[in-house]
Design a protein around this ligand. Structure first.
Ligand code: ZN
Length: 324
């Protein structure tokens, strides 16, 4: 029973900067043409995924985590650690910063901090993100903020499909206009908005900024250096490790024909970004297609095979060995 992949039903969230790319790209039925986020694998109370079928059908991911811990091989961890989103940015998102665990625990009622990573699925020509800033000191940063010299302050980086960016807590960042992005992050919704391009909403109001909290969390370290993915070839699959940090790992799997896989993570969070096929475990054969999000639980994650040409983004909790 525990060798069965667990398919999840995502939730969709409207945003003023959203669009309908999630429908065009993945075939989802969206609540409106301003859908900004798909919370694909989520145990966060603001949008929990529900198990789509099988013996756990109808349970939320949070319930699955607390009632069936053996699926994940976890001991005491109170909350599901990760959150997977798809984001359709049809406009610039606000420039923001996330707290680390220590700040969040102290000032945000014991919540988790937020480190995230982005994988660009598609983007328009010339698309850019905000990724870090140009200041050497916090005083310099505050001066430029006070003077409204955002162009001088913010570091903009061009993006193309297939790029991956790690966004540690404390890094000033924003997605820019015209990109569809996969995001893996700590299970947290703590965002401090630093700048919203002085935009007004339909009621002529500016969105709230959180300048004080943002300034308390800004890192003066440069953004993580871009690294080429580490590539591993196994029969039938090319595995590229895009990010590994103390909160999560992220790999891209390109699967051809039949691949036999023996990952080392305790469970896998899979988002199918292209193609279709079947997953075979000792419990049977399970069809998947582009746009599916599923968890491969611990007992199946040790060994399974995949049939069919497809591309997966696979997130996983950090390996025990990497924590020490
Ligand atoms: Zn963010």
């Amino acid at each position: 029973m525990t060798q069965v992949p667990i398919f999840l039903q995502p939730t969709f969230h409207e945003r003023i900067w959203g669009g309908d790319a999630l429908q065009h790209y993945f075939g989802y039925t969206l609540p409106s043409g301003r859908t900004g986020e798909c919370w694909a694998i989520s145990a966060h109370p603001k949008g929990e995924s529900i198990v789509r079928e099988g013996s756990y059908a109808g349970l939320t991911l949070g319930q699955l985590w607390s009632q069936h811990p053996y699926l994940f091989g976890h001991g005491e961890a109170e909350r599901f650690p990760l959150l997977i989103k798809l984001i359709d940015a049809q406009d610039d998102l606000s420039v923001q910063v996330h707290p680390d665990d220590a700040y969040a625990a102290r000032y945000e009622g014991g919540q988790a901090g937020k480190t995230e990573a982005w994988y660009v699925l598609a983007c328009r020509e010339g698309a850019e993100i905000v990724y870090g800033h140009a200041c050497q000191s916090l005083d310099e940063f505050k001066e430029l903020v006070a003077a409204g010299k955002w162009k001088q302050l913010l570091r903009r980086v061009p993006v193309k499909p297939g790029d991956c960016f790690e966004v540690p807590s404390g890094l000033v960042h924003a997605l820019g206009t015209g990109m569809l992005v996969y995001e893996v992050q700590q299970n947290s919704d703590l965002t401090y908005r630093l700048y919203d391009y002085d935009r007004l909403d339909a009621n002529g109001q500016r969105r709230e900024l959180h300048l004080e909290q943002a300034l308390a969390n800004i890192s003066l370290l440069p953004p993580p250096a871009r690294q080429l993915p580490r590539k591993t070839q196994v029969p039938g699959a090319r595995i590229e490790t895009l990010v590994e940090n103390r909160y999560f790992g992220l790999q891209k799997w390109t699967l051809q024909a039949v691949a036999h896989l023996t990952p080392t993570a305790s469970y896998l969070l899979v988002s199918v970004i292209a193609g279709q096929g079947q997953i075979q475990t000792s419990a049977g054969s399970f069809s998947f297609q582009r746009g599916d999000h599923l968890i491969i639980p611990r007992d199946a994650a040790q060994q399974f095979s995949v049939q069919g040409n497809s591309e997966w983004l696979v997130a996983y909790p950090p390996l025990a060995a990497q924590l020490s």
